[in-house]
Design a protein around this ligand. Structure first.
Ligand code: PYC
Length: 343
């Protein structure tokens, strides 16, 4: 009798294990903003360009994105990254970033987190490395085990001083700029950029996003503006030039100064003649972390097809630091009602 119970239990455990998928992940944070890189057990996205692979990820493996990023394994704040064998042989890795709302075209804090993660795994030496993303190749220079300089894709201001009516507030003017994602950058907003005010800031920035959508205001080619940036004075003008609050597409705010957002800011500063090529801009986040940014004017080779003829495009470089916070194995059990996250 006792034997039978043990036998049945063992069989049950065995059958149970058959229905489990395991994903190895390494977590890090860049200026407070978390990144989770899948380093083992990820699906093979198959052949094709980085954009085709991202489309395949979205169409066939979205459950993996949801399992990794959504509760109960993840959170709205987390950005995930799936590594793939790069198409461009000059690159050390291909990466597709994703979050609670879907996919990010590029992610600056995530690229810094990726470089530090690969260094932690002893797969990336100090020095310059090319990394493939769906919007182009970026360069990550590992300066030491925590500090990374990212040379981003070409960035530019698409439209200046665009007015949008914000419910309960009135008109707000902002610039639309590309920094690897589409941003709406607002300096005159009347909000206090204080960490204690994050709920109000989130609510305000969401209403800007709603207004943009309602009025059909987009980036070039109808690109959805899914990041909102509010700028204000730094907490200490000795250590930073500006402080920002960045609302991400899934409704969470970026704890870091946002790499693609800082790139968009650099493009606007360049367009306004407020920053010269090679000059440093220190962007402080709402939690007080800092990215150092600078730009060079883009050469024709740096421009992607949608940017042809864009004379004021810049190539931004962002320096930031990341720390590995954990190594773990996620278990996706078929019998778990929340195997694919709480949607
Ligand atoms: O650092 O580029 C960035 C980023 C985008 C969304 C969250 N962080």
């Amino acid at each position: 009798m006792g034997y039978a119970v043990v036998f049945r239990t063992d069989r049950h455990i065995f059958a149970h294990h058959q229905a489990m998928q395991r994903l190895s992940v390494i977590d890090s944070h860049t200026g407070g903003e978390p990144t989770r890189i899948i380093v083992g057990g990820a699906p093979d996205l198959g052949p094709g360009s980085p954009t085709e692979r991202m489309a395949r990820f979205r169409e066939q493996f979205d459950h993996i994105r949801r399992s990794v990023i959504l509760e109960p394994r993840g959170s709205d704040v987390l950005v995930g990254g799936l590594l793939y064998e790069p198409v461009d042989a000059s690159c050390v890795a291909g990466i597709i970033f994703f979050n609670n709302a879907g996919f990010l075209q590029m992610c600056g804090h995530g690229t810094i987190g990726l470089a530090v993660t690969l260094a932690h795994m002893e797969r990336l030496p100090v020095g310059e490395h090319r990394i493939e993303t769906p919007v182009g190749v970026v360069t990550a220079t590992l300066l030491d085990s925590h500090r990374v300089a990212v040379r981003n894709v070409a960035s530019y201001r698409y439209r200046a001083a665009v007015s949008v009516d914000v419910e309960g507030h009135g008109p707000v003017a902002g610039d639309i700029a590309w920094g690897g994602n589409w941003f709406f950058l607002v300096s005159d907003h009347g909000q206090s950029l204080d960490l204690q005010c994050c709920d109000e800031l989130t609510h305000f920035a969401r209403r800007i996003a709603t207004g943009l959508k309602r009025d059909g205001i987009t980036g070039a080619g109808g690109g959805v503006i899914d990041h909102i940036e509010l700028f204000g004075p730094p907490s200490n003008s000795e250590t930073a030039d500006s402080r920002s609050f960045v609302l991400c597409p899934g409704g969470a705010y970026d704890r870091s100064p946002c790499g693609t957002g800082t790139s968009a800011k650099l493009a606007c500063l360049a367009a306004d003649g407020k920053l010269s090529a090679g000059e440093t801009w220190r962007q402080e986040s709402i939690v007080g972390s800092i990215f150092e940014g600078s730009f060079e004017f883009a050469a024709n080779d740096d421009l992607t097809p949608g940017m042809a003829g864009e004379e004021r495009a810049v190539v931004p470089s962002i320096i930031g630091s990341a720390w590995v916070t954990g190594e773990s194995e996620l278990i996706l059990d078929d019998s778990d009602p929340f195997r694919n996250g709480i949607c």
